[in-house]
Design a protein. Structure first.
Length: 664
């Protein structure tokens, strides 16, 4: 054996060389990844601090992510609020303009009610805004559409709320959480009386309140009446009219004749009594408390009548005679009779005719009428026509009905021909100031006055427990509800139940949620479609839209609603609305304040996000110092390790070449 190296020495050298290869591979990985290690084991002594830094950084990044989503939600909410603000501000301007007018013209009332309904539809759409399938204004019920007015047309609204027997709630408590007992919760005044008692009828499926009012409507007649004017009253679909004769002493005499005609009508007098009120007023009173009725009143003003004067030619005319007609003193129109006028055909043919014959008079009147119509001054006032038939009559009709004129006529003849003027139809100017207005003096505002057809009520705590349950309102007079479901048991004068209705437009909840912008800062998310800022606006819009024109519940006959609605709209928009609260103290939330709150929340998110980004950069620096390798340093170490490894291989090769034979 001539080898100098041994197996043990060779293995030891290989072991060291493999370690060098491993170190070289580690440096190659560090150089490729620019990381000190691919796992925490490689940086064991700093791993705890690294993990803590990464956890804190990730938490801040998660906050930024959720803050970004929340900021998007708030931004959309702000856009919705801007849209609502613009819609309500526009309607407020229209409503103020309407209040400055008569408030009783059909066109004006129709326009403002149409605008109110369109604004309601816009609010419904805005408040049903969703992001990624989640509704913004439904509280915790993000999958439930928060607002459903259940209306497609203004007629639908007015059929549910006629403004007289069924009135849209005027108080928030009734609008949102409507509940009645025997002594509390009267719909038009939450602090007033309740239903007094309930009577259940299982045969008719009705529920009747003991809190009943006797409806009284007042019809007021006004105007400078003239013969031919007509005043009409409609009660429950039955019309009664009175035509002015001109012999009445005053408006009260006309009133007396009209209410006498109402009481003489068998259909109306079976349930309604008419009587004289103040000057020009008729009161219509329901004979049965709690039984509602509808009434409207109209006046038909005398239309303008055009004046007609007749110019009559009589006796015998001869060639050279002249006929003069002067309208309003503007200058006489003079026609001179010619010989052709005294012939059968009026043109010199057909033979002569007598100067007093029907043919001669027809020829002359035709020429006189043509001369008047050809006169520029006279033709602007009247239109002349020959009546024909040999009567010798020329009719002068006023071009403008209701505008009078004067006629002066004369005839200069060689014989006994005459021209006389008479007024056949007197001028009658149009009568425009007559009115008949109906208002509800005492409304049929019974305990059920706010419960619309189609809504549901829940009875609990009834003396007869079988009557407890939920009922759908099929019809409602304000005092008597007919239910779609069967009433289980007849029971009169039950004072025990609690009656709760679902007349609210809102289907969400009122849960307050919280959003954390970081560990220490947060804000509440409690803006829902039931917020007073929206609720007051919806209540005000319904207040205007309810009631059909010229009915007891119409806006034209309840003009105080305009000022009341203006306050509600302004209170919904601004922090400091002007005027007096029409329905007691209102909750103070408004769109202006809500918009500010959202703005503050967005500023908080923006500031916190900027702070979080600074902290994230700081922690990224710390993490980098633990994780990242210095490429230049690693490259230098890699070269050193490469040189070392190459020297090791050379040494190993040289040792293997050594032999004892070389030294013998």
């Amino acid at each position: 054996m001539s080898r100098i190296t041994t197996l043990s020495a060779n293995n030891q050298l290989l072991k060291y060389m493999q370690r060098g290869q491993t170190l070289m591979q580690e440096k190659q990985v560090q150089l490729a990844t620019e990381k000190k290690s691919t796992d925490y084991t490689g940086i064991a002594k700093n791993s705890e601090r690294l993990i803590n830094s990464e956890t804190t950084r990730n938490l801040l990044e998660n906050y930024n992510l959720t803050n970004g989503l929340m900021d998007m939600r708030l931004q959309v909410t702000g856009t919705v609020l801007d849209g609502i603000d613009e819609e309500l501000s526009s309607f407020r301007r229209e409503l103020i303009t309407f209040r400055g007018g008569s408030q009783t013209r059909l066109e004006d009332v129709k326009n403002i009610q149409d605008n109110a309904f369109r604004a309601l539809q816009s609010l419904e759409s805005y408040l049903n805004t969703d992001i990624n399938g989640e509704y913004l204004f439904s509280g915790g019920r993000v999958s439930t559409k928060p607002v459903d007015l259940g209306l497609t047309t203004l007629s639908d609204l007015q059929s549910k709320y006629d403004g007289a027997n069924i009135v849209y709630p005027t108080y928030r408590d009734n609008h949102v959480h409507h509940k009645m007992t025997a002594s509390t919760g009267f719909p038009s005044n939450p602090t007033g009386a309740g239903y007094t008692n309930l009577s259940f009828n299982s045969t008719a499926n009705t529920i009747t309140t003991g809190n009943l009012a006797t409806q009284v409507n007042t019809v007021t007649l006004t105007g400078s009446v003239k013969a031919g004017d007509v005043y009409s009253v409609n009660v429950n679909g039955t019309d009664v009219s009175y035509t002015v004769t001109g012999s009445e002493a005053n408006i009260d005499a006309i009133r007396d004749n009209l209410f006498a005609a109402i009481n003489a009508n068998a259909t109306i007098s079976a349930s309604i009594t008419a009587a004289a009120g103040n000057s020009g007023e008729i009161t219509l009173t329901s004979d049965t408390a709690g039984t509602a009725f509808t009434s409207t009143s109209t006046s038909t003003n005398l239309t303008a009548v055009a004046q007609i004067d007749n110019v009559t030619l009589a006796n015998t005319f001869a060639a050279g005679d002249s006929i003069s007609v002067n309208i309003n003193g503007l200058g006489a129109v003079v026609y001179s009779v010619v010989s052709n006028d005294l012939t059968a055909n009026g043109d010199g043919t057909g033979g002569a005719v007598a100067g007093n014959s029907a043919t001669a008079l027809n020829n002359i009147t035709t020429k006189v009428a043509a001369a008047i119509n050809a006169d520029s001054a006279s033709s602007e006032i009247v239109t002349a026509a020959a009546s024909g038939g040999g009567g010798g009559i020329i009719t002068l009709t006023a071009d403008t009905a209701g505008t009078s004129f004067t006629t002066v006529t004369s005839a200069t003849t060689a014989g006994n021909g005459t021209a006389t003027g008479t007024t056949a139809t007197d001028n009658k100017p149009a009568n425009t100031d007559n009115k008949a207005v109906t208002v509800i003096t005492t409304a049929n505002a019974n305990a059920f006055a706010n419960l619309s057809v189609g809504s549901t009520i829940t009875i609990s705590g009834a003396n007869t427990s079988a009557n407890d349950g939920t009922y759908t309102i099929a019809s409602n007079t304000g005092g008597v509800i007919t239910t779609s479901e069967s009433v289980a048991s007849t029971d009169a004068s039950d004072t025990s139940p609690t009656l709760t209705s679902n007349i609210s437009y809102y289907s969400g909840d009122e849960i307050t949620q919280s959003h954390n912008v970081n560990k220490t800062r947060s804000f509440n998310i409690d803006l829902t479609a039931i917020d007073p800022a929206f609720e007051k606006a919806i209540r005000g819009l319904f207040h205007i839209a309810q009631g059909v024109f010229n009915t007891g519940g119409g806006l034209d006959q309840n003009t105080s609603r305009t000022t009341e609605a203006i306050y509600l709209i302004e209170s919904a928009l601004d922090r400091n609305p002007g005027g007096t609260e029409p329905f007691g103290s209102e909750l103070k939330s408004n769109i202006e304040q809500v918009s500010r709150d959202i703005g503050f929340d967005r500023i908080l998110i923006d500031q916190t996000t900027k702070t979080n980004n600074s902290l994230i950069n700081f922690y990224n620096g710390i993490i980098s110092s633990y994780e990242d390798a210095d490429p230049l340093e690693v490259y230098s170490q890699l070269l050193d390790q490469q040189n070392t490894l190459e020297a090791s291989y050379q040494a190993l090769a040289r040792v293997r070449q050594l032999s004892l034979s070389n030294f013998l």
